[in-house]
Design a protein around this ligand. Structure first.
Ligand code: G3I
Length: 303
């Protein structure tokens, strides 16, 4: 196959990208995105600050622009993200305790209700664990509402849209030896044992010199999958853009049947949150395919 999406489809997987609504008028951007990818994540437009700028007043204009572009072009959509310590609107950041807990529940219901039946998978909870070696939860306003906030979010989400897969999504849970990975693994195992609804784990997979790709990545994917959840690589970028590392990531996903798809976090290097100099994506600033692109395509084709 000659595109990333078509190559991934050969093994029943998808290949996605993050899209910014403000770039949908850029024809180079949309041409590449439409040709190469079959799963779309809104880079910012379905986050809490975008969708509920005022308490109880939802705004889906930018999110819908991305959703409609995706569906009109035959693509599926990942929802990102419902409960997160970051990109909270001011009104939410000022809440605590039971009113914050209720606001989180209302937010999940409002956003998932709007997109009910339309989303492949939602990142229900994003980045809830601390960095470093503690294996603890991140100390956030949501965490301070009580340790059960994550399972409440997942139970709320299941009821709001039973058709969507429900994912826990995080960064630096790629290396199997890291405490943060083990902490998330233990939470997912506990959720499965107790019947808390969870369907997938999103490995963001932002690789850089501080959190480099490690060959135990395949063990991480296999281990989560063995708990009975899908694994999705949700925000892949590799600082420096190593073609070899990109191929390793793809091959590790392909080695695990429950690794159902890969999303890169942007189209061209100039679209990356890391800046163009990071050279972290598959297309250069002019929209040309990089060596990393060819290496990903070849890996997908040899599955
Ligand atoms: O749109 C405004 C613009 O009007 C304003 O002039 C400008 C001034 O700063 O800001 C613009 O908003 C920025 C927005 O991106 C759109 O470009 C925000 O400041 C900026 O904070 C925001 O960054 C996003 C970041 O999440 C925020 O947390 C990145 O685009 C986005 O790629 C990044 O994505 C996250 C995932 O959601 C979660 N995992 C990590 C990943 C990378 O940080």
């Amino acid at each position: 196959a000659s595109t990333l999406a078509a190559a991934a489809q050969q093994s029943g997987r998808y290949f996605g990208t993050a899209i910014a609504a403000g770039k949908l008028g850029d024809q180079t951007y949309t041409t590449i995105a439409n040709r190469e990818f079959d799963m779309i994540t809104a880079e910012n437009e379905m986050k809490i600050d975008a969708t509920e700028p005022n308490r109880g007043q939802f705004n889906f204009s930018a999110g819908d622009r991305i959703y409609n572009w995706a569906v009109q072009n035959g693509k599926r959509v990942r929802g990102h993200t419902l409960a997160w310590h970051s990109q909270q609107p001011d009104w939410m950041r000022s809440l605590s305790g039971s009113s914050l807990r209720q606001a989180m529940i209302n937010h999940i219901n409002g956003v998932m209700g709007h997109y009910k039946g339309k989303i492949y998978a939602w990142d229900v909870v994003n980045e809830a664990f601390a960095d470093g070696n503690s294996g603890a939860r991140r100390d956030s306003n949501l965490q301070q509402t009580g340790n059960d906030w994550i399972e409440v979010a997942f139970r709320t989400a299941r009821a709001a849209d039973p058709a969507a897969k429900l994912c826990y999504n995080d960064y630096n849970i790629d290396n199997w030896n890291w405490a943060k990975t083990q902490a998330v693994y233990n939470m997912v195992r506990d959720f499965k044992q107790r019947g808390v609804p969870i369907d997938c784990v999103g490995l963001q997979s932002h690789f850089n010199s501080n959190s480099p790709y490690n060959s135990n990545y395949r063990t991480t994917i296999q281990s989560f999958a063995a708990l009975g959840v899908d694994v999705q690589i949700t925000e892949l970028d590799i600082q420096g853009g190593s073609a070899t590392t990109y191929a390793n990531v793809v091959n590790d996903c392909l080695a695990v049947p429950r690794c159902t798809g890969i999303t890169v976090w942007g189209v061209r290097d100039t679209d990356s949150w890391l800046g163009a100099n990071a050279s972290a994506l598959l297309f250069d600033g002019n929209g040309n395919k990089k060596a990393a692109y060819t290496s990903v395509l070849n890996a997908l084709n040899s599955a």
